[in-house]
Design a protein. Structure first.
Length: 142
């Protein structure tokens, strides 16, 4: 009896491990990357890396090109191509502000950022076909 229980336990464990290794059936998040110059003279560029989840949530990072600060980006879309983001400094003197924008006809992002100091700009971001690779931006900007 104990041998049967052990075999059943091992079989259940193997089945559970096998199911965890399968890719999720849900669509992968779509990503965006880009950079923009501040509208404030003498400020560094701001680089962006964002992921859009299937439920409309947007998360990512933004950082100054001189590496003086990094911020966490969070927000959501309205399902009609419009979105709003909030940047919160997480390291150094990271950019702080809000971004409002839309998805362009080419699939990119076109937006405006309003914030503290250098965190003011108009930006476009190209869509990423694979969020795990930096060099696969498609669509060429906005």
């Amino acid at each position: 009896m104990r041998l049967k229980l052990s075999i059943a336990t091992i079989a259940a464990g193997v089945l559970a491990i096998g199911m965890q290794g399968r890719p999720a059936a849900a669509a992968q998040p779509q990503g965006f990357s880009g950079h923009a110059q501040s509208s404030v003279a003498g400020c560094p560029y701001l680089a962006w890396r964002l992921a859009l989840a299937a439920n409309g949530d947007i998360t990512g990072i933004a950082y100054y090109s001189d590496l003086s600060g990094v911020s966490m980006v969070k927000g959501n879309g309205d399902g009609h191509g419009h979105f709003q983001l909030t940047l919160t400094s997480s390291m150094g003197n990271g950019p702080v502000g809000t971004v409002t924008g839309t998805r362009s006809s080419r699939g990119g992002i076109v937006a405006n950022m309003t914030g503290q100091g250098c965190a003011n700009m108009h930006l476009t971001m190209a869509p990423l076909t694979d969020i795990n690779h930096w060099t696969n931006a498609g669509g060429g900007g906005g």
